[in-house]
Design a protein around this ligand. Structure first.
Ligand code: ZN
Ligand code: ZN
Length: 468
């Protein structure tokens, strides 16, 4: 195993409230030393981190890896490769696979396979009900024993309050967080986007905000009664943020995440019937988007998670109402969050950004990650916070560019008129065009110029990603 000396970076560790310039030594797979200046030792690879952040590896608690059963969309390996390219060293995979991860055997199999096939740590979120049918709670102690760290029916939210109450009692007894996609299907049936001005213009059926808020309130009330830890996935509504704030104030064990796409985009992204902007919960109004941003700034929302949901091009090529919900996010999350932050009137400190993407999500799920503490396994990311790069899905890269290497180096050109991105900087600087590694390319950020990228990613001291 190689040893590394990360020189002269801005070291950011929210877990230790550490924000200082200096060096980090990685030896024997662990964080060995942190100091303002360390002398290189024999055999150590020295990496210059000037102008970069050195942070604990990012943690994404909401990822769809599609195995077993849908490996044409993503696999444990390709999803893991996308993760480390995005700076993530720990991810949580969702159970809506085929078959769903509702048995200890399946959970054990994914845990063991991920160990061999994924370059990053993979934690399994098991199903909440058998077959994710919302009828019979799973065997929680057996799932926990097999390695599950939480339970969720994500895309198939439990409709019966009675079943959810029993599921919460069961999970609470074994210390498993109940992770919920909040959606009352009687309100969202047949919808393919948010019910608002854009859906009316397009003539598409929309889901009202109440489809989300009704279930947030119900689940929070049940969590209050059962004492279970309730985690709300991909919050998308202004009222939802208020509900989370209210129930936190009542002492309910409730945490919440928001996705980068809900922080940056609105229903307007669907205006040209772009199915890569179709996800569930849908992109909502500008008022909702602004409220989510406030929710992050005021710490009502605990962390950022991508809901990385890969789909093959032929699936997304269908007409808008028929195309599947979901967007990829592992490789664009950091660039989106830093871009979003740069557009705030008072941008968050880098330490806070790292907290939202690493330390906080690790705490929400109780994962051994999100810190650079000396002696811990070296899950470390070196981030260039100033790199501007353009998101290039593979199909377009193949047709628009002469070849398709992973990273097409610094193409300097005037791109001012091309980029659809709001509030972008002046064109003409060196722009790195990066092709996504995920097996699927369904991103609403294609062609966008994002800000910031992982340069080096270490998992347990092994260099698993290096951007040229
Ligand atoms: Zn969901
Ligand atoms: Zn999801």
């Amino acid at each position: 195993m190689s040893n590394y000396l990360l020189k002269n970076g801005r070291i950011l560790d929210p877990a230790q409230n550490l924000d200082q310039r200096g060096d980090v030594r990685i030896r024997g797979g662990r964080v060995a030393e942190i100091a303002p200046s360390l002398t290189p030792e024999t055999g150590e690879r020295v990496i210059d981190c000037s102008d970069c952040w050195i942070a604990p590896g990012l943690v994404d608690i909401h990822v769809h890896l599609r195995e077993p059963g849908q490996s044409h969309k993503e696999t444990l390996q390709t999803g893991g490769e996308a993760a480390v390219a995005g700076g993530f060293t720990s991810i949580c995979c969702m159970p809506n696979t085929d078959p769903p991860l509702d048995s200890p055997t399946l959970v054990r199999e994914i845990v063991a396979r991920a160990e061999r096939e994924s370059p990053c740590a993979v934690y399994v979120v098991a199903a909440l009900t058998q077959g994710m049918r919302g009828e019979v709670p799973c065997d929680y102690p057996a799932l926990k024993q097999a390695g599950a760290i939480a339970c969720s029916d994500d895309a198939f939210p439990v409709q019966s309050a009675e079943v959810m109450r029993r599921a919460m009692l069961g999970c609470a007894a074994y210390g498993l967080p109940v992770v919920t996609h909040c959606e009352d299907k009687t309100l969202s049936e047949g919808a393919s986007m948010h019910a608002g001005v854009v859906s009316a213009q397009l003539g598409l059926k929309g889901a009202p905000s109440s489809a989300e808020t009704v279930q947030i309130a119900r689940n929070a009330l049940l969590a209050h009664e059962t004492g279970c830890h309730l985690h709300i996935q991909h919050l998308s509504t202004a009222v939802g943020v208020e509900l989370v704030r209210f129930f936190k104030a009542q002492g309910v064990r409730i945490t919440a995440e928001v996705s980068p796409h809900h922080l940056l985009l609105t229903e307007a992204a669907c205006a040209a019937f772009d199915t890569d902007a179709k996800m569930n919960p849908p992109l909502r109004s500008e008022a909702d988007r602004a409220a989510l941003a406030q929710g992050v700034l005021r710490s009502v929302i605990d962390c950022i998670a991508t809901d990385h949901a890969p789909h093959a091009p032929f699936e997304k090529a269908q007409p808008f109402p028929a195309a599947p919900f979901g967007v990829v996010g592992l490789e664009t999350a950091l660039g989106c969050v830093l871009l979003w932050n740069s557009q705030l009137p008072q941008p968050l400190e880098p330490l806070r950004i790292v907290h939202l993407l690493s330390t906080a999500p690790a705490r929400v799920m109780g994962l051994p990650a999100g810190t650079l503490a000396v002696g811990t396994p070296a899950d470390v990311v070196v981030i260039d916070p100033n790199l501007r790069w353009t998101v290039m899905p593979v199909g377009e890269a193949n047709s628009m560019l002469p070849s398709s290497p992973r990273i097409l180096s610094h193409r300097t050109e005037e791109r001012e008129s091309e980029s659809p991105q709001r509030g972008r900087g002046v064109g003409g600087e060196g722009i790195t065009v990066i092709e996504l590694r995920s097996k699927s390319k369904n991103t609403p950020f294609k062609g966008w110029e994002l800000l910031g990228k992982a340069r080096y990613t270490f998992v347990k001291g092994v260099l698993v990603h290096q951007a040229d």
